[in-house]
Ligand binder design. Structure first.
Ligand SMILES: *[C@@H]1O[C@H](CO)[C@@H](O)[C@H](O)[C@H]1NC(C)=O
Ligand SMILES: *[C@@H]1O[C@H](CO)[C@@H](O)[C@H](O)[C@H]1NC(C)=O
Ligand SMILES: *[C@@H]1O[C@H](CO)[C@@H](O)[C@H](O)[C@H]1NC(C)=O
Ligand SMILES: *[C@@H]1O[C@H](CO)[C@@H](O)[C@H](O)[C@H]1NC(C)=O
Length: 789
């Protein structure tokens, strides 16, 4: 035994030694693999490292990061929109001079697309530039500096054909909607590049580009940050870091909130200080936050969207969809009027160029008679400036805004509908403030506290929206186009599109039905490659093929041991089918409620409870996208040959979404008995509804009684007093032992575990959803007992 241990140590020694150092170069024919943490490149003085970095659960990106920042600050990523899995993915420098990133299936996810007949090595330079060097000529045949992601490093050139693209939301690395690049008139701009609109929001050029200190005359289009912290661009934009001088490590990053910031690393703490940001740019000027007609204001320094009076939100989950008039606008002149909004500006989309000394009446008339005009701005500084607008977007209001906006409305629309203001502000934001944001560290000493608040505030905005709704809105907004353009996520994860004939053959013309649910029937099938799968034939889907594909791809992206894996799908004409892994032992209800099978032991039931909780917790908290299940019940908990549970049917609420309904307020889905009270009260449904259903399943696991048996006996009006009431009463009167399923073998009874199951279950089924624990907490509670045992 000792000998063996010694042997292992001896074997590991070289690996451990190299783990702290990293490698100086990658030679031809060798690779860096995702599973070996010791395999990464390091720059000569150690400032930068390059290798695989975890970007999500079971998702890795090949990245370059600052070695000494507190959290590995990523400055570049090869596959930001196409993460690879934690097993067998690798970056290889091929003998032909091409560096390729391959995933677990050996598919190429990314490559430098280079070729060389001579010897090539990959080096990570001290500047943070990853280069392929032709050893014969010492030329770089490829460099990461030519392909920036959201960050520009000192000495890295931003040129004609390069663009910084922000991340989509805080904590992710996916491409977002904000760009920094040279526009066609040679000016370096910040651009909102949204799904419908695309517009420049910085520099703010209401008085012309020269007033902003820029020039369109130099067409060299080059910008660079030097080693001292001075940024110079060919359009004459120039600025300096507040800690100007040689020494501090710096980066210029276009953050997810659309604001460009220069950061300097505080080597003593590993945190970043903001050493410059565009002073003229406020969060409310960043576009895409509030959509058409909506107005951005600051509330406790947080940017907040509101609809004007007489307008209502288009999409309760997504402010970027803007507002619409509560009553239709008509083109009947007699009925048209304008609604005044004080100190308000809608930026861009002027119908005519600058007009001075126009009377208010003339300005009003010019908009009234132009059917393209949706409203106008009138300057309040006495200069008589008039701006008729074809679009009322990018609205913002501050006390010092020198204009009033006039929105065209019909007179019949008396503003009786109250404005849906301030929906972005929500108490949940406070939780998010505790999220330590390295970027803002020490910033109040620099006087940037204000910015930090906005920064964190707009993060709150996005997160809060995610919280109660089905899907993260940032993801929703772009998922379709992206999924279509980049079907590769689908490819990368082995997710497949099947043809109908293929599935018809595999199921032997839908012969063996193994289940039937609210969404359709499930058939056993054998694919051409021999895999046994379950094919679900969906009924009643309203979505088009593209949207279906997009949604399904997201579900296919979810990988967890306690979730049934989706292997693929088919959408042809009216046929919509999903192909799942086949889970051998069928659903929990069959084992739990039928007399024929040998009864489940307590140990097995406990394992099922834990596994199910883990699966749901993953869905709620760890997936990149928030997925609620909405129909947790034994019929949807499948058991494999080891009796490990796998939750089935998640994501269905998304596929069957009711297009005519407001997002977040859903029509009742799920099964009587397992439904949380809030479903009945038409309240917003969040993850806690699943927690309730899970609690009911736990009670069933302990008692062996099915909740539906109680429903038939009990009157409708106390829908929620069923199994829960029975259990609590019985425990009070006769003791815990009396509620236990009599089929559980006596010798297996571990009262500690029974107690734990019942107490967790009762926590989960509390009427007030705020008192119910999150699924991750449930997992924690259940595992406590396991460890003690
Ligand atoms: C790397 O370290 C050496 C020795 O400490 C120093 O002379 C050199 O300037 C450093 N290079 C960079 C790019 O920081
Ligand atoms: C930009 O152009 C340069 C020079 O033509 C080229 O080397 C580089 O690969 C291009 N970058 C991108 C992102 O296309
Ligand atoms: C254009 O900008 C480049 C880079 O900043 C500079 O070197 C060059 O002198 C400029 N050209 C003119 C004509 O100003
Ligand atoms: C507005 O017009 C649309 C289509 O013309 C119509 O379907 C809708 O009911 C109208 N809404 C109101 C509030 O009048």
């Amino acid at each position: 035994m000792e000998f063996f241990g010694f042997f292992v140590l001896l074997f590991l020694a070289p690996v451990m030694a190299s783990s702290s150092t990293g490698m100086p170069r990658l030679k031809q024919g060798s690779s860096l693999t995702v599973d070996k943490e010791s395999e990464f490149l390091i720059s000569p003085n150690g400032t930068f490292s390059a290798g695989f970095l975890e970007v999500g659960t079971n998702a890795f990106g090949f990245s370059i990061w600052f070695t000494n920042s507190a959290e590995k600050t990523v400055v570049w990523m090869a596959n930001r929109d196409r993460p690879v899995s934690a097993k067998q993915s690798k970056m290889t420098l091929n003998r032909n001079g091409n560096m390729v990133l391959t995933d677990a299936y050996g598919l190429i996810v990314w490559s430098t697309d280079t070729f060389s007949t001579s010897n090539v090595e990959a080096h990570l330079l001290e500047t943070g530039n990853l280069v392929l060097i032709d050893q014969a000529t010492t030329h770089f045949i490829w460099e990461s500096f030519d392909f920036p992601t959201d960050t520009l490093l000192p000495l890295q050139h931003l040129v004609k054909n390069t663009t910084l693209v922000s991340v989509r939301s805080k904590g992710t690395h996916l491409s977002g909607v904000y760009n920094l690049k040279f526009d066609d008139s040679n000016v370096l701009d910040l651009i909102y590049n949204g799904p419908q609109l695309s517009s420049i929001y910085w520099p703010i050029v209401s008085n012309g580009v020269f007033a902003a200190g820029r020039t369109p005359y130099n067409s060299s289009r080059i910008a660079v940050l030097d080693e001292f912290g001075r940024f110079i661009s060919s359009d004459e934009l120039e600025f300096m870091a507040s800690d100007y001088g040689f020494g501090p490590k710096r980066r210029l990053t276009l953050d997810y909130d659309g604001i460009l910031r220069l950061y300097s690393l505080d080597e003593s703490t590993g945190f970043w200080d903001i050493s410059w940001l565009p002073g003229s740019l406020d969060s409310c000027h960043v576009q895409g936050l509030c959509g058409e007609y909506a107005i951005c204001t600051y509330k406790d320094l947080k940017p907040t969207c509101t609809c004007p009076d007489g307008f209502e939100r288009n999409d309760l989950s997504d402010w970027s969809k803007g507002c619409r008039p509560s009553v239709n606008l008509s083109n009947d002149h007699d009925k048209l009027d304008f609604m005044q909004l004080l100190n308000t500006n809608y930026y861009g989309y002027d119908l005519e160029t600058l007009k001075f000394t126009i009377s208010f009446e003339d300005c009003r008339n010019s908009c009234l008679t132009d059917t393209r005009c949706k409203g106008f701005l009138y300057a309040t500084d006495g200069q008589g400036m008039c701006f008729p607008k074809s679009q009322l977007v990018n609205g913002f209001r501050t006390p010092d805004t020198q204009s009033d906006a006039y929105v065209k409305v019909t007179t019949v629309s008396s503003p009786t509908v109250s404005a849906q203001a301030d929906e972005l502000i929500c108490s949940d934001t406070e939780i998010l403030l505790t999220n330590n944001d390295a970027k803002g560290e020490n910033s109040d000493k620099n006087g940037y506290m204000r910015y930090l608040r906005w920064f964190v505030g707009s993060f709150g905005v996005i997160e809060v929206i995610c919280f109660g709704f089905w899907w993260c809105f940032v993801f929703r907004k772009h998922v379709n186009e992206e999924m279509i353009n980049m079907g590769y996520i689908v490819l990368a994860l082995g997710f497949k599109r099947f043809t109908y004939t293929e599935l018809k053959r595999a199921t032997k013309n839908f012969k063996e039905e193994i289940g039937k649910g609210g969404f359709g029937s499930v058939y056993k099938a054998i694919l051409d490659d021999g895999r046994v799968v379950a094919v679900k034939r969906l009924e009643g889907i309203l979505q088009g093929n593209t949207e279906f594909w997009a949604e399904v791809s997201i579900i296919g992206n979810i990988n967890h041991r306690n979730l049934v894996k989706l292997w693929g799908f088919c959408t042809e004409k009216n046929h919509k089918l999903l192909v799942y892994e086949y889970v051998k032992n069928g659903s929990l209800d069959k084992l739990l409620f039928s007399d024929s099978s040998p009864a489940l032991g307590l140990e097995q039931r406990y394992k099922i409870a834990v596994g199910t909780a883990k699966g749901l917790s993953y869905l709620h908290e760890e997936c990149l996208e928030w997925v609620l299940h909405c129909d947790v019940k034994p019929q949807n908990i499948l058991l494999d040959d080891q009796l490990e549970p796998k939750v089935a049917d998640f994501g269905m609420s998304k596929l069957f979404k009711d297009v005519t309904h407001d997002v977040g307020f859903s029509r009742v889905r799920g099964t009587r008995g397992y439904l949380a009270p809030e479903w009945m009260m038409n309240m917003k449904i969040d993850a806690k509804a699943d927690v309730y259903s899970y609690g009911i399943v736990l009670l069933e696991l302990v008692s062996g009684k099915c909740v539906s048996d109680f429903l038939s006996a009990v009157a409708q009006d106390n829908e929620f007093d069923h199994l829960v009431q029975w259990m609590t009463n019985k425990i009070k009167q006769e003791g815990l032992k009396e509620v236990i399923d009599p089929r559980i073998p006596e010798n297996e009874l571990d009262m500690k575990k029974v107690e734990k199951l019942v107490s967790v279950a009762l926590l989960c089924v509390q009427e007030d959803r705020h008192s119910r624990p999150a699924m991750s907490k449930v997992v924690e509670l259940l595992l406590e007992t396991e460890e003690q045992a």
